[in-house]
Design a protein around this ligand. Structure first.
Ligand code: CU
Length: 539
């Protein structure tokens, strides 16, 4: 959503300043260092800290998740919102491939909600990662997620996916990070064990001490937080390497992130290791996007981690530049590590959809009219199946954006490879689950509907747009019994078991590298010794 009249930058900044000062008595520079403009009073410059951690043990992450209307602290200010276990950024779930999440989900809100495990290649049915499920107000329900043994290590997240009110619930606090451990085993040996930081980016619009719960305008002045802090201080030593997990947990808004004095070596994206490590000075994170990056401490001094001014298009939003955090480089310079750069992962980890046989092509169109948002001309219907897909098929989707603003396309369960953007080929880097659709442009993706039958959505991850219709349902079905099978396709059960448990979908075990086109190698450090594990540094 945007202001009805297009304003110049100076006018916009002035308007934001005025609106901000009306919205809450805040928020101006006090002369001591940088005071970041915010829309409610904040304590700035606190030491960097992360959300509380919940760590799996013996293959199980048992979580009691209380979903409550509550008052939490954001940058020193009490804000009433909605929270997972009482905090603005929910606890970070730290799990391993092969683990099971056993969650007791206590919905203490006076409205329905549910939970999505964004990026997870898990069952979308029953009591698993099922966002078509509604957990009614004031009820307790089990959630059980079986994480495949070959799930890619990286950064994921969880959030409310309750259609119609997902924007409001996520902005009010219903989101948290998930880390699937193990990514560092792909790094050069001397980088394993580097300091890791979860950097959850999330904005909050609050009025009179409360998160907005209606008529949210994503283009209105807002407060950008890092792990629920405003402009925290991140320590690093000169030349020290750190692994930062940048994740945009915002309901609607985008981040274009730059770290002054540093560059980003992108080693992971959307929970998948990158086959081609790239060096970036800025990274664009639409809502839902994650990048895992290596940074190296600059010479001693103080630097800013910023989100740059960004426009999502003539019909979209204009976001002003904001400081997100202050990076303080101090202490003894350390021996700089050789960062991976330009190297490639072993062939097994490289997405290979360019050479795949495509079983089916589809055209998907995103469009909008006023405050109504459409996929292929239709608004979301919980009870309609929009695209029926055969389990195991490789599909190519040509996704067009017929609107005046960018939309981040996101699909559940199966990650995809971006083949081209506006007709220009994209070199294979890694699989992903979220990709921006350019204004008036076209993105071509390929993916394989592997492992799980069942229904799940694809949608725009600007939750305002999703709530207003920009979502559709895929149903993956097992091939008919006598259908001609392609070589190497294993037999499948005729009918999935009843949809009441997490294991209710047909699980098609991966057998060969060809199945997924981007599997993890068979040899793992926990089983086969670290020496056998390929790493980014290997050329
Ligand atoms: Cu959108």
């Amino acid at each position: 959503m945007r202001l009805p009249i297009r304003l110049g930058r100076a006018a916009l900044v002035a308007l934001i300043a005025v609106a901000a000062s009306f919205a809450a008595g805040v928020i101006v520079a006090q002369g001591q260092g940088t005071q970041v403009p915010t829309t409610f009073p904040t304590v700035q410059g606190q030491p960097f800290s992360e959300p509380p951690r919940l760590v799996s043990a013996n293959g199980v992450l048992a979580v009691d998740l209380r979903v409550t209307p509550t008052t939490f602290t954001v940058a020193g200010t009490p804000i009433s919102g909605k929270a997972y276990n009482g905090v603005f950024i929910g606890p970070t779930l730290r799990v391993r491939a092969g683990d099971r999440i056993e969650m007791t989900f206590r919905n203490e809100l006076d409205q329905p909600t549910n939970i999505h495990f964004h990026g997870f290649r898990v069952s979308p049915s029953g009591i698993s990662d099922n966002v078509l499920r509604v957990i009614p107000a004031r009820t307790t329900a089990p959630v059980r997620v079986e994480i495949p043994k070959d799930m890619e290590p990286g950064t994921y997240w969880y959030h409310s996916h309750q259609h119609g009110i997902s924007e409001e619930q996520v902005m009010a606090g219903l989101a948290g990070v998930i880390v699937v451990e193990g990514e560092q085993r792909y790094l050069p040996a001397d980088l394993r064990g580097v300091t890791e930081r979860v950097i959850a980016l999330k904005d909050l619009q609050a009025q009179n001490g409360a998160a907005l719960s209606a008529n949210i305008d994503s283009n209105a002045p807002t407060t950008r937080t890092v792990n629920g802090l405003v402009n925290p201080v991140i320590p690093i030593q000169p030349d020290e390497t750190q692994l930062w997990r940048l994740a945009n947990l915002s309901a609607d808004i985008w981040y274009r992130v730059r770290a002054d004095g540093m560059s980003f070596k992108v080693v992971g994206q959307d929970g998948s290791p990158m086959a081609r490590v790239t060096t970036e000075t800025t990274l664009l994170l639409p809502p839902g996007k994650r990048y895992d990056v290596l940074v190296q401490g600059p010479p001693a001094g103080t630097y800013r981690l910023r989100t740059l001014r960004y426009s999502t298009g003539p019909a979209g939003d204009d976001y002003p530049e904001r400081t997100l955090a202050t990076v303080t480089s101090a202490g003894q310079p350390v021996q700089p590590a050789d960062l991976p750069g330009g190297q490639t992962l072993p062939a097994l980890l490289r997405p290979g959809f360019a050479k795949a046989k495509v079983d089916r092509k589809r055209r998907i169109t995103f469009s909008e009219r006023g405050n109504r948002f459409f996929i292929n001309g239709k608004q979301f219907d919980h009870d309609r199946v929009d695209e029926r897909v055969r389990l195991g098929d490789v599909e190519e989707w040509t996704i067009r954006n017929r609107s005046g603003q960018q939309h981040p396309f996101h699909i559940h369960v199966n990650q995809f490879q971006v083949m081209s953007v506006n007709g220009r080929k994209v070199p294979p880097a890694g699989l992903q689950d979220t990709v921006p659709l350019p204004v008036g442009g076209t993105v071509v993706i390929r993916m394989r509907f592997i492992e799980f039958t069942g229904k799940f959505p694809f949608h725009c991850h600007i939750l305002n747009h999703e709530d207003h219709g920009m979502m559709a349902v895929v149903e993956v079905v097992a091939p008919k019994k006598n259908a001609r099978r392609r070589p190497g396709v294993p037999d499948l059960p005729d009918r999935p078991p009843p949809a009441t448990t997490a294991s209710s979908t047909t699980r098609w075990p991966l057998r060969t590298a060809q199945d997924l086109l981007c599997p993890l190698p068979a040899a793992r450090p926990d089983r086969a010794g670290a020496a056998a594990v390929p790493r980014l540094g290997a050329s």
